[in-house]
Design a protein around this ligand. Structure first.
Ligand code: ZN
Length: 318
């Protein structure tokens, strides 16, 4: 997606089907859907579901972008934050582990984000106002319609002022009951890339009549300004550090610069995580935003970051 216009350049959902042959394959698609629903051993194909706009997933650590923003808004002295990570810890009576119980040691806020230190974020969460966090997430369109005409599902963030304390640690690291679509996650990152203004996403550039004359042209439209340019700059620098020294270093040393965030979203015990990467290229004047999820494979670093690299490479023709 182009962050400055909201124009979606490409959208992919797998497994898919060929719309050109939908008449011939329709019954087959429906039968497969029914089979997978009635038989637990069959993978849920759901080829008719556009996962990019309709798939709801836990955001995992990509959600730390909003947790950081909430923390920065509540704590003007955020740069003084430090935490000693032992790889695991108990916060509001909930045990939170870093990935593979890795001990990150002494971390400031930037390092907590770049290394995706879960225990540090759980520590942060214990100080956050649930009411204000909810307001921020509602502003960023959780529990709300997205400003677009095409079919999608609404993301949800369930914490509010009535929530129990124990709900905050998991929620702050993108687990708990939060759910988001890849489209929505991309929109949030596009807002950062665009200096704080969210553009309405759209897929049709123009309509032509049979003589090739343009009868309708779609123009970029701003939805709302959701953060200050200063906040967008801070988040961008944090996301750049993820690529420089954190969980997405595979995207460093390229012809283009990248800022982003990985996520490894757990959704079921004993199953590999969903792998996430959200980010944008050409930090000084952002060109494109990507939002990638690979279901049930492992970490964002291992499985989503390489796809981001392929997309950026193709865009810049490297
Ligand atoms: Zn840690």
């Amino acid at each position: 997606m182009e962050p400055s216009s909201g124009k979606i350049l490409a959208m992919v959902s797998k497994p898919d089907y060929d719309p050109n042959t939908i008449n011939e394959t329709w019954n087959d698609l429906i039968n497969k859907e029914k089979e997978s629903q009635n038989d637990d051993t069959k993978e849920n194909e759901s080829a008719l579901l556009n996962r990019a706009t309709q798939g709801l997933y836990p955001p995992g650590s990509t959600f730390k972008i909003l947790t950081i923003l909430e923390y920065i808004r509540e704590n003007p002295d955020y740069e003084d934050y430090t935490y000693h990570c032992e790889g695991t810890g108990v916060f509001n009576s909930v045990t939170i582990n870093c990935y593979n119980n890795k001990k990150h040691g002494e971390v400031n806020l930037l390092e907590s984000f770049a290394k995706s230190c879960n225990t540090s974020f759980a520590n942060i969460s214990t100080s956050l106002s649930a009411e204000s966090f909810r307001k921020l997430c509602d502003t960023f369109l959780f529990n709300n319609p997205l400003p677009t005409d095409f079919v999608y599902n609404r993301s949800s963030f369930v914490i509010d002022k009535k929530s129990e304390n124990y709900e905050l640690p998991q929620t702050s690291i993108g687990q708990g009951d939060t759910q988001i679509t890849p489209l929505h996650n991309g929109l949030i990152v596009a807002t950062i890339a665009n200096g704080g203004a969210m553009m309405k996403p759209y897929v049709v550039d123009h309509v032509e009549n049979e003589s090739g004359i343009v009868t309708k042209k779609y123009m970029p439209e701003i939805f709302d300004t959701l953060m200050t340019p200063e906040e967008a700059d801070i988040l961008t620098s944090y996301m750049a550090e993820v690529v420089n020294s954190g969980t997405a270093t595979a995207l460093s040393g390229k012809e283009y610069s990248v800022a982003g965030k990985t996520g490894s979203a757990e959704y079921q015990e004993n199953m590999p995580a969903h792998a996430w990467f959200v980010g944008f290229s050409n930090i000084e004047k952002p060109d494109i935003v990507v939002s990638i999820i690979v279901e049930s494979v492992g970490t964002g670093s291992d499985y989503a970051v390489p796809i981001a690299a392929k997309i950026f490479d193709a865009y810049y023709d490297e």
